[in-house]
Design a protein around this ligand. Structure first.
Ligand code: ANZ
Ligand code: ZN
Length: 837
């Protein structure tokens, strides 16, 4: 089993969010080991990136020194928190041993034509001479560091052709039935597939010449309702001045361009166009567009609700049927024609075309087909699929990243670095971090920048851009499986053995980009003979992460003044009375004074209490409100479990039997204990219910503490039950459980357990419970397909939820169930249970 938490950026501090992800992984790792499985749970560092570079600049130190120091500090912290990571698999993406292979991936993409260079617009800081990310620009369009007004500049940038995989990634989403629906929806939206057509309109210029303008539409059926044409302000045709000279109000046009630039920096999005805020746009004077089917003449505008980056950067306006076009038409008093009859929102397929010439009375689907074939016949259009997904811009004009392995030679042009010359090493910047302040620092470091052409040996220059750090993290889960391999990226047999990752745990902030990039690179590597030696048939769907757990936030207790909303810090609380303050829980942050340090909590209450609190407070996907009162309750629970061990040590008046004897002799007495443990296993194996599994252990603790140890029967039931409790508690509170187990080792040994807690396997409580149960066979059909048959206890008949739980618990040892479970999504299983009931 491969359990993985998203590896951290070495900022220098483990925060509560980290502790939560890694605790989920740790609990599951220990649990499955206890079940007898071979589990890996590796840890590493996503160690390239801007913060190291900024720290280096502000303190005059090497980015690598800062990074290594932070890694050491965080590692110490993780050790103190007692996580069971496979430290012998540790890796860091900034080491040459790792990034050599990141460069290899780049070269492989390059060879297959999937890494390419093209002009792209960047944010340029004219003072610092550097490219800025959108996040580095404030609301007034100024650089966060220099304060200079940011300019737009075209630069040649490297891209990965992720769009080649857009369709595959989209289709596979349907098969990832162990992923949260919300993440899949986000990815679908990001990929944004739209099916429609390209239609060509001719524009008649003043001199009588005609030029073509192509539009993308998802609704060719509305073509008879087109009453205007609209272009984006940045449209190429306008740039080339074909449509500019004397045709527009230049001042108004420039004002719009400025506005669009600002919106772009704020990351404006096609999906967020506000219909109430559609602007008037700019009309092109003295020209008309010609409708390709009717020959009618229609006006042409430039408007900001048409995006240059999508489709063709121009649209056909159908005001009667499109909300944005409608708002625009109202402002400009443009005609509207109804061409579709029926409820378009509810059931488009049932609608019919009207006012559409020979196509009138056709249903929409047929209308679309016939109109497209007519356009094709006239050479005026064709079917087209568009994606919102843009190719992945991977160039960064920064130092602290993977150097892109390309050399520029005057004679040979762009030459990829031969593989046997990898890695292209980052140079040393000791003593001179000034270079880092400017854009493309690598181009200012001679011993790096100047080199020989690998082909003709002529003096040449290296590429000075480094790779986006998302490239580093797009394949680390594969390297964990063979991280010391210095011959190749990984040994394919190891990858086949462990992949896909069984449970991947991380935050919502990575729901789109990281997961999309990792899926893309994984698919690409599967396809690349050169790297995988043979296509790796990891699983039928070639996806890297079988199950995804997206954890919620850890929120801190926040105090605010009722009258002005001001945040009050912990140390100032005394100055205010209770009724002056309002208490809420908010995302932890320094400015709110509501942060809680894991180290101090662990020191005060113990690591196990911290773990238990995070796991019991809420299911993994929900936010946790971190409250010290709650932690104290968890502490007293653990204290109680520990106190009970005193009885074990004290009780020697009656004979202690062996496990098998107790199981035989006190079968009935053990039933309630078994039942709780069966449910504990079910709930922990469906990660959504880890908190419920803990509730079962609390019930078991109560049950045991009520047993009066006044005869042999009670003593032995109590002892076995308590041993089970400590075993089951071990994944959640490993340190305390070990300590208790050591303390009662003599008794434990007599019963027949191993004195080393983690060397014991969990018993099959279901089996023990069902020794007296009668079984019946049920067949499982889904959507008319026979999936398999299994035996269930007769007493479960009619109780659908229990049947579902029972089936889940058989996983993963029962092959039949595993098969069913793989095909059937969670939602489907729920549906199946409804059918049974
Ligand atoms: C005519 C039409 C009639 C449209 C109608 C929609 C409804 P999605 O689904 O997101 O792909 N469009 C095309 N390119 C655009 C651009 N660069 N900027 C802004 N809008 C653009 O949207 C496709 C629809 O969005 C296209 O279909 C086009 O308007 C518009 F009743 O064409 B439609
Ligand atoms: Zn050359």
């Amino acid at each position: 089993m491969y359990i993985l938490g998203q590896f951290p950026y070495p900022s220098g501090n483990i925060h509560m969010g980290h502790v939560r992800v890694y605790t989920i992984c740790d609990v599951l790792t220990r649990y499955y080991k206890l079940k007898g499985m071979n589990v890996i749970n590796p840890m590493g560092w996503d160690s390239f990136g801007l913060p190291a570079e900024n720290a280096a600049i502000s303190r005059g130190i090497q980015p690598s020194d800062w990074t290594v120091k932070n890694i050491q500090e965080m590692k110490d912290q993780l050790h103190r928190l007692g996580f069971d990571f496979d430290w012998d698999r540790e890796l860091a993406t900034h080491t040459p041993e790792y990034y050599k292979h990141t460069q290899q991936i780049f070269l492989e993409l390059y060879k297959q034509g999937l890494a390419y260079k093209k002009d792209a617009q960047v944010n340029w800081d004219p003072v610092d001479q550097t490219v800025l990310a959108n996040e580095q620009i404030d609301d007034n369009g100024r650089s966060w560091r220099s304060g200079a007004l940011v300019e737009k500049k075209m630069l040649k940038q490297w891209f990965f052709n992720i769009r080649k995989y857009a369709d595959q990634m989209l289709i596979n989403l349907d098969k990832l039935n162990k992923w949260p629906e919300i993440v899949k929806e986000a990815q679908r939206g990001w990929i944004g597939k739209s099916e429609g057509a390209i239609v060509e309109f001719m524009i008649k210029l003043i001199d009588g010449n005609q030029i073509p303008v192509k539009v993308f539409t998802t609704r060719p059926d509305t073509i008879f309702g087109v009453t205007f044409l609209a272009l984006s302000f940045e449209n190429q045709i306008i740039k080339e001045n074909i449509l500019k000279d004397n045709m527009i109000d230049q001042n108004a046009f420039d004002r719009y361009l400025d506005k669009i630039d600002r919106l772009k920096q704020q990351g404006r999005d096609l999906k967020q166009i506000d219909i109430n805020n559609i602007d008037e746009g700019v009309l092109f004077r003295n020209i008309k567009a010609i409708h390709p089917l009717t020959g009618d003449e229609i006006p042409v505008y430039a408007t900001s609700y048409v995006f240059n980056e999508y489709g063709t950067g121009s649209i056909m306006g159908v005001p009667f049927h499109d909300d944005r076009d409608c708002a625009f038409a109202v402002k400009n008093q443009i005609d509207m024609i109804q061409v579709i009859n029926g409820d378009e929102e509810k059931n488009l397929d049932e609608c019919v075309l009207v006012n559409s010439g020979e196509y009138s009375q056709l249903k929409v689907k047929e209308g679309v087909q016939k109109i497209i074939s007519q356009l094709e016949k006239l050479n005026k259009g064709q079917k087209q699929t568009e994606y919102r997904l843009r190719d992945w811009l991977v160039s960064r004009q920064r130092f602290w990243g993977v150097p892109i392995p390309v050399i520029y030679c005057e004679k040979c042009g762009e030459v990829p670095v031969p593989e046997d010359q990898l890695p292209v090493l980052l140079p040393n910047v000791s003593g001179n971090t000034d270079n880092l302040k400017q854009s493309s620092p690598l181009s200012r470091i001679d011993e790096f920048y100047n080199c020989k052409c690998p082909k003709c040996q002529a003096p040449s220059q290296r590429e000075a851009d480094t790779l986006d750090t998302f490239v580093d993290s797009s394949w680390y889960f594969l390297r964990f499986l063979d991280h010391q391999n210095n011959l190749s990226m990984f040994d394919i047999s190891k990858v086949k053995k462990w992949m896909p990752v069984d449970i991947y745990v991380g935050g919502m902030e990575h729901a789109i980009m990281h997961l999309l990039y990792a899926r893309f690179i994984h698919k690409f590597l599967c396809d690349s003979q050169n790297i995988s030696q043979e296509k790796f048939q990891l699983d039928i769907i070639r996806e890297p992460f079988r199950e995804l757990v997206v954890q919620g936030l850890v929120k801190g207790k926040t105090y605010r003044l009722k009258d002005n909303g001001k945040y009050i810090f912990q140390e100032d609380l005394k100055q205010y009375s209770e009724d002056q303050l309002k208490i809420t829980f908010e995302k932890m942050s320094k400015s709110k004074g509501n942060g809680v340090l894991p180290d101090s909590m662990a020191e005060k209450y113990g690591v196990d209490t911290l773990r238990l609190s995070l796991m019991f407070a809420a299911p993994p996907e929900s936010d946790v409100n971190f409250d010290e009162n709650f932690i104290q309750q968890m502490k007293s629970y653990l204290d109680k479990v520990q106190r009970i061990s005193d009885y074990v040590i004290a009780s020697s008046d009656f004979k202690i039997l062996t496990k098998v004897e107790i199981q035989e002799k006190y079968k009935n007495e053990l039933v309630p204990i078994y039942k709780l443990l069966v449910d504990y296993k079910i709930k922990i194996e469906d990660q959504r219910f880890i908190h419920v599994s803990i509730a079962r252990l609390m019930e078991l603790t109560n049950l045991l503490s009520k047993i009066k140890i006044d005869n042999e029967r009670n003593l032995n039931t109590f002892l076995l039950g308590y041993a089970y409790l400590i075993q089951a508690l071990y994944p959640i509170a490993p340190h305390l459980s070990n300590e208790i187990w050591q303390g009662i080792s003599k008794t434990i040994e007599i019963i027949g357990f191993n004195v080393n807690l983690s060397d014991n396997r969990l018993d099959d409580f279901r089996q023990l419970l069902s020794q007296s149960e009668e079984k019946v066979k049920i067949k499982i059909n889904m959507d008319g397909k026979f999936l398999g048959q299994i035996d269930i206890p007769k007493e479960l008949i009619g109780q659908s939820q229990q049947i579902l739980d029972y089936i889940r618990e058989l996983r993963p040892s029962n092959q039949e169930v595993k098969k069913i479970d793989d095909i059937v999504s969670k939602e489907k299983v729920e549906q199946f249970v409804k059918v049974i009931s």
